[in-house]
Structures are given as C-alpha cells and as structure tokens.
Ligand binder design. Structure first.
Ligand SMILES: Cc1cc2nc3c(=O)[nH]c(=O)nc-3n(C[C@H](O)[C@H](O)[C@H](O)COP(=O)(O)OP(=O)(O)OC[C@H]3O[C@@H](n4cnc5c(N)ncnc54)[C@H](O)[C@@H]3O)c2cc1C
Length: 257
C-alpha cells in the first residue's frame, strides 16, 4: 500500500534472528530446543549438522538476537537448511527437549503446545527420527552415513579431550555416547522483522528522494529506524517514541478541505 503512493522501503533484510528451531506444519510457530540455549546444561550429547552432515557453528554460542561475530563483523548466524540436531539416548531421556514453561513467546503462551515429558509424543509424530546407529540415522534423514559418522566421531573425540577443535564450543562438551540416536530437523527462526516504509525524524513516510508523502505517517516495527543489525529491546522504545511523534504531527495537520 505504501509503495503504491510512492514510499521508499528500507531495512527489508533486517530482522531479529535467526535462531535454530523445530518447525512442524501442525503448529504455526517454532519450538526452541533446550539444549541450544546457552545457559542450559543438559546431560548427553547434542550437535547440529547441515545438509552435508557436518557441523557449521558453535551450537551453544550466545548469539545477539541471532548475530554472531564473523571476521570482525556481527552477522546473521549461518543456517544451511535443512539443519539437523543430532542427539544420543542420554540426552533424549534426560527430559523434554523443548521448554514449555510459559515465560514468553507465542508457542508457550498462546499455542500452549503440551510437549510430552519423555519426548514420546513427538517421536511418535515423526518430529523426531530415531535409529540404532549413527549411520542408520543418517540414512533416515537423507545424509551421507560416512560423513555423519565422521562428524560424530570427531565431536566425541573433541569433547572427551575437552576442546572443540572445529568451532571452539565450550558448553555441553559431551559425547554422543549411547544409542539409539535421534535427529530433529531445525529451521531458521526469528522474533520479528524491521523492514517497511522509510520514515524521517517527523515520522513522515518518505519517497526514494527523501521528500515526505503528505499526510502519511508511521510508527512501530513496520519500517523501523534500526539499521541492518537489530538493537536489542529498541523496538518497543521506538514504538513509544514514534507513536507520539506521528500522533502529534498527524493531529496538527489541517482538516481535509
Ligand atoms: C517474542 C518476541 C519478543 C520480543 N522482545 C522484545 C523486547 O524484549 N524488546 C523490544 O523492544 N522488542 C521486542 N520485540 C519486538 C516488539 O515486540 C515489536 O517490535 C513491537 O511489539 C511491534 O509493535 P507494533 O505496534 O509496531 O506492531 P504489532 O505489535 O505487530 O502491531 C500491529 C497490529 O496491527 C494489526 N494488524 C495487522 N494487519 C492489520 C490490518 N490489515 N488491519 C487492522 N489491523 C491489522 C495486528 O493484528 C497487530 O495487532 C519482541 C518481539 C517478539 C515477537
């Protein structure tokens, strides 16, 4: 609509994320796995691999709204889909893989999905795949068995030695020691977007040349002022600030003639 009256768009590739989460067709929002919350320590082994069967990141890194340092710059966490969480039976049997405590987020508070305490319901639903061996698991999810076996062997050796030689992970350095083994497909997940019609300091929506479109104002997340890196917790402040600015300026306009 804004484009139809000549608005410029900005920050269209700016978003708060990504993280890696389970997304299934039956539920509109995603499930974060407890294992990959930086502050949680859960028994058993758990890693994430990409479609080539190899790890690609420190799975326990505390991202800044999905951004990680790469070559001296904060950039989105790489998410080579399909990604798979690979875990052993020790981890699987340590409790629910998903934290359903209603603290924040749509899935917990609105959807109220009742994740089973022993993960059996999600296993039966096919959300979690299972096999007796790592090679068998690889076949079940379409990965190269030899590569996944090598990935797990390296992770196990590294975690037993106390040093992740690939990505420097320091948390939950635990081998995938005991079968059966399990896989969960993960997708990129995010909190919110920032793109939309560009606004100026008066909350006026502007054209590509910077001139304001008469009587068109905006506030909030749609066309947020934040640039290509989301500034944590700035959205709500911006909503309040630009809501006041837009409201005052719109109310000061003369009535339509
Ligand atoms: C899980 C989560 C955690 C977050 N945590 C933080 C945080 O800690 N700090 C922070 O600053 N920000 C946070 N954010 C971002 C912040 O919540 C949002 O940027 C902010 O709420 C956006 O407010 P808004 O009024 O611009 O848009 P919204 O709150 O999205 O409001 C838009 C409204 O428009 C309605 N609507 C849509 N289409 C139509 C239509 N055609 N007709 C009529 N109504 C329509 C929608 O139903 C909605 O009510 C978080 C976001 C999420 C999802």
């Amino acid at each position: 609509m804004a484009q139809m009256v000549g608005a410029d768009l900005w920050h269209m590739n700016n978003y708060a994320g990504p993280s890696m989460a389970l997304k299934v067709p039956e539920v509109p929002t995603s499930f974060s796995m407890q294992a990959f919350h930086y502050s949680k320590v859960i028994p058993g082994g758990a890693i994430v691999v990409g479609p080539d069967g190899r790890r690609f990141c420190d799975e326990k890194f505390k991202t800044r709204h999905g951004k990680v340092p790469i070559n001296g710059r904060w950039m989105p966490l790489p998410t080579p889909v399909p990604m798979y969480m690979i875990l052993d039976h020790v981890h699987f049997s340590a409790g629910p893989l998903y934290d359903k405590t209603p603290s924040h987020g749509w899935t917990q508070i609105i959807e109220k999905y009742d994740w089973s305490h022993d993960n059996s319901k999600e296993l039966a639903s096919g959300w979690i795949k299972k096999a007796d061996t790592v090679a068998g698991l690889a076949k079940a999810i379409g990965l190269d068995p030899a590569v996944l076996e090598a990935t797990v062997s390296r992770w196990n050796a590294d975690s037993e030695a106390g040093r992740d030689t690939e990505f420097g992970r320091t948390l939950m350095l635990t081998p995938l020691s005991r079968g059966p083994f399990y896989a969960i497909e993960l997708s990129p997940s995010m909190l919110n977007t920032q793109g939309g019609p560009r606004r100026n300091e008066k909350a006026e929506i502007v054209r590509p040349d910077g001139t304001p479109i008469p009587r068109l104002y905006s506030a909030g997340e749609l066309g947020s002022i934040y640039s290509y890196l989301y500034q944590g917790t700035g959205n709500l402040g911006e909503c309040l600030g630009f809501g006041r600015i837009a409201g005052r300026n719109a109310a000061a306009q003369p009535a339509w003639g």
